[in-house]
Design a binder for this molecule. Sequence first.
Ligand SMILES: [Zn+2]
Length: 247
Amino acid sequence: MSLSHPLTTTASLLALAAVGAATTAYGVMYPESQLFGSSLVAPPLPNQLALTFDDGPNPAATPRLLEVLARRKVRATFFLIGNFVRLEPALTREIAAAGHAIGNHTMSHPFLPKHSAARILSEIADANAVLEDTLGTPITLFRPPHGGRSPAVFRAARSLNLQVVQWNLIVGDWKDASVDTILSRLENGIVRNHLRRRGTNVVLHDGGQAGLGQPRLKTVEAVHLLLDRLPPDTAFVTPTGGTALWG
Ligand SMILES: [Zn+2]
C-alpha cells in the first residue's frame, strides 16, 4: 500500500470529520434517529394516534385540555417539567387521575447534550423523584427536551429504567401559530404518516419552558377540533414503558 499524498490525506480527514459531525448532529437532533440508543418513535398501525403534550403542567391550559380529552374519552401522554410539577402538584395529580400517561421531561428543560454526564443524570433523576413523590407511582417514560440525545443521555435514561420517547410529527404549535394552522398541520401529518403505513406520535405543548402560564389555548382548541374530525377507527395509544411499547 502506498502512502497517500499529504494533501489528499488532509482532504480525506476533513471530509471524514464533516461526515462525523453530520452523523453526530443526526444522532443528537433528528427525532427518529436510533444512532445513540433506541427511542420510541411512532406506533406501528396507521390508525394509531399518540397525542403527547410537553412542558406542563400549566394552569393556563392543562385544565381545559383535560376537559377536551375527557369529552372524547381520549387518553394522552404528558411529559412534565419537574420544576413545574413541584409548583403544581394538584394539577399533576389531576392529569394522572384522568388516566393519562405521565413521563419525565427533566427538571429545568436544558438541551442535555451540552451538559456534563453528572448534570444530565441529575436533571432526569431529580424529575423522576419529584414525579414519583407527587404521584406515588414509578415513572417509565422520558422525553429529552428539544429531542436532544447523546450517549450520556441514553446511559442516564437506562440507569433509571426509562424508555426514551421521541415523535414523528411536530407542528410548531408553540411558535404562535393560529388554531387553523396547527389543525391543518396535524391533519396533514397524520395523513402523511398514514400513507407511509405508520401511526402518528405527535408532540404538542400545553406548557412552555419559559415558565408557568404560557398561552397554549390555541393548541388546546386545535386538538378539540381535531378530535371532532378524526376518522372513527382512530385508536388512541400511549407509550407503555414496557415490552408492549404502545397500548
Ligand atoms: Zn419540551
